[in-house]
Every structure is written in C-alpha cells, then in structure tokens.
Ligand binder design. Structure first.
Ligand code: UD1
Ligand code: UDP
Length: 354
C-alpha cells in the first residue's frame, strides 16, 4: 500500500481535491492523508467545501495563513517538513500555484520524497505574479507532472522537463464541473437581489495585481459600475479589505455578497449571462458551463480559451470592461479543450503505477 500525502490550503485546491481524493480512494493500492496548511481559514473559504463536496477531513491542520508571502511559505515549510519526516509518505501531491503548493513541494523535494504536481506547465510569463514563481519552482521540483493540456506539456518541454513522468491528463476542474453540475443550488438570498435570472453577470475578483494596485482596483469598479448591468459579486476577503482601505464604493448595479460554497457558485455560473473574473478556475468553469468569459487581466495561463473564442482579456481598462459587459462576446468554443472528465482517474492510476 502506497501513501499519498496531499498538501493543500486554498479554496481552488479544496475544489480540485473533491475529484482527485475521490479517485484516489477508488484505487486499492493507495491511501491518502491530507495536510491543510490553513492558508484559507474562513468558514466560507474552507470548511464549506469539505462539508458539501465530501472531501476527506485533513489529517493535519497547520493553521498557517493570513501573513506575508515569506512568513506564510516559511512557516508552512517548517511545519510540513516535520510531518513528512515523521510520516515518510511515498508521494506528496500538490495542486496549482499557491504558497501552500510551493511549501509542500519544497519540503518534500529536500527530503527526497517524490512530488506529483497537478496543473503542471501553466505559465502567465509574468514574474510579478506570486503564482508564476510558485508554479515554475514546483514544476522543476516535481517527479510526476500532470499537465491539463498539450500546450502545458509543450511549455514543460521548452523548460527541459520531458519524458515518461509528464502526462497530459486533462483538467481535474472539468471532472469537478461535470460531477457537481447536477447538484447546483440556487442561493437562498438570490431573490432578495431583485435581479433577473439569466440577465446578470457573475463576477469574481481577487488577484493580487488587481486588489493591491489602487489604480487598477478603482478602474475595474469604474468599468463594472459604468456597464449598468446587474452584476453579482461574491467577494473574496482579500478584495473586501482592499476595497475598504482604498475606499472603493461600487454603484448599486454591483451586488456584493459573501463568498459562496461550490454548489451555489455552480448555480450562478450556469444561470448567468456571462462571467467577468480574474480567477483562474472561474475562467475555465465559464467555458465548462457554456458561458462567455471576460477576464480582468492582461494575460492568462489558460490560453486555449482565448484562442477558441471562449474568453476575452480586457485588463483593467474601464471603457473596455463596460463595453464587454454591455455587449458580451459570443461563446464560440467547442467542448473538450481540457479532457473528458477523467483527469482525476488518470492521476490516481499513474500514482499507483509510479
Ligand atoms: C491565494 C493564492 C492565489 C489563489 C487564491 C485563491 C498565493 C500566493 N495566492 O490568494 O493564487 O488564486 O488564494 O482564492 O498563494 N483572507 C481571509 N480569510 C481567508 C483567506 C484569506 O480573511 O479565509 C484574507 C487575509 O487577509 C489574507 C488575504 O485574504 O491575508 C490574502 O489571502 P492569501 O491566502 O495570502 O492570498 P489570496 O489572495 O487568497
Ligand atoms: N468559488 C466558490 N465560491 C466563490 C468564488 C469562487 O466556490 O465565492 C470557486 C470557483 O467556482 C472555482 C474556485 O473557487 O472553482 C476558484 O477559486 P479562486 O477564484 O479563489 O482561485 P483561482 O482559481 O484563481 O486560483
């Protein structure tokens, strides 16, 4: 029996684990243990996903979140190292590009415990993003790399990472989207917003380059407000803080609500007119649910979506944002860019064989 120790800590990682942990549990030769770093800790940023998506409870909870990059990554590294030295798993599994991803990969690699990286090979080519640094380092530390698309595999090849340890398996978020769409739940508060179903735009916003730059944050809200469109915005705690500090007050067409659980998020994605976001995961979910996406960034790691006509990059320019919401782009892409919903099973199988 091989032990896989999964290290996670942020909202998108819980959601990815919902599919992968289920697949790991279906393989008789594997047992999983989960370390939650505590990077995300509010009930609606963490527990809600474990509860409603049946994710196995973490075996360790480190409670390390809410600090600067160095303090958070360093403390997570120290604490994960101690657990790995004690438990000596056969594999460490990490997702994506957060500080928890890097801390897990670095701790394991230094102890010669092989690292498996889900969502390998993605690049924004913008080194000012903390995620870009995390993902480059994690890919180069990993012994098994799961690329969501052929484009991601080609990028790994360009960086000298090629061979039997790189697998194009599709995107585990496609697996999640397919599995949970039948469980989508209309939020109880939706009717109180006085917004017509199918006429609203769904917005999320949390990327550091948008929230931490006052000009960009003001410009984005200027664009959202100027569109006049009903916009439902489940607000990330980081953005709530920045808006308060920078005295950003959106117009009444922007309906700010608390972060929602995944089942409600899927309902909002399935019922909106279009999605406007700077999230990585939400860009793809718009595509999975057949909605056009307007992305509040200058570049994206998910370039296939832009090439296929499913995603339009508008940056933080208020006029472009308002225009793209008043006349949302048509959704032209065909299905299947990120696999057929079996990425998690492929990952579990490779971990068993490796
Ligand atoms: C992190 C990831 C980002 C990912 C995002 C998903 C890094 C560098 N960034 O960004 O890649 O897209 O998660 O949502 O790892 N906070 C709370 N409650 C919480 C969580 C956060 O109040 O439950 C607040 C704290 O003030 C915290 C701030 O949000 O300092 C930022 O949280 P942090 O985890 O550092 O970064 P995110 O912006 O969430
Ligand atoms: N999400 C959610 N509730 C929300 C906002 C987002 O469940 O209020 C989900 C969303 O559906 C997607 C994931 O969180 O599955 C994306 O996470 P996030 O945008 O925080 O991070 P990113 O993908 O940008 O790293």
């Amino acid at each position: 029996m091989k032990t896989v120790m999964t290290i996670l800590g942020a909202r998108p990682q819980f959601i990815k684990a919902a599919a992968v942990s289920r697949a790991l549990a279906g393989v008789s030769g594997l047992t999983e243990r989960i370390v939650h770093t505590g990077q995300h800790y509010d009930e609606n940023m963490s527990d809600v996903f474990f509860d409603e998506m049946d994710i196995p409870r973490p075996t360790h909870h480190l409670g390390v979140g809410g600090s600067s990059h160095g303090a958070m990554t360093g403390e997570q590294l120290r604490r994960i190292e101690a657990i790995l030295m004690e438990e000596r798993p056969d594999w460490v599994l990490v997702y994506g590009d957060t500080n928890s991803t890097l801390a897990g990969a670095l701790a394991a690699a230094k102890l010669h415990i092989p690292v498996a990286h889900v969502e390998a090979g993605l690049r924004s080519f913008n080194r000012r993003m903390p995620e870009e640094i995390n993902r480059i380092l994690t890919d180069h530390l990993s012994a098994l790399l799961f690329a969501p698309s052929p484009g991601a595999q080609r990028q790994l090849e360009r960086e000298g990472i090629a061979g039997h340890h790189v697998h194009v398996c599709g995107d585990v978020m496609a697996d999640v989207a397919l599995h949970y769409r039948k469980l989508a739940r209309r939020p109880a508060w939706f009717d109180t917003l006085d917004v017509d179903t199918s006429e609203f735009m769904l917005c999320t916003l949390h990327r550091a380059e948008n929230t931490d730059c006052p000009e960009r944050l003001h410009s984005i809200f200027l664009g959202l407000s100027a569109s006049g469109r009903p916009i439902v915005l489940p607000l990330h705690p980081r953005t709530r803080k920045s808006m308060a500090q920078q005295r950003v007050r959106p117009a009444p067409n922007v309906r700010v609500v608390d972060p929602v659980g995944y089942l409600e998020m899927v309902w909002l994605e399935m019922n909106c007119l279009a999605v406007v976001t700077d999230s990585g995961g939400v860009q793809k979910e718009a595509y999975f649910h057949g909605k056009p996406c307007v992305t509040l960034r200058e570049e994206t790691e998910w370039t296939e979506l832009v090439e296929a006509g499913a995603n339009t990059l508008v940056g933080a320019d208020p006029a472009r944002i308002a225009r793209s919401l008043i006349h949302p782009p048509a959704m032209r892409a065909s299905a299947g860019l990120y696999g057929d919903g079996r990425a998690s099973q492929l990952i579990a199988r490779q971990l068993e064989l490796a």
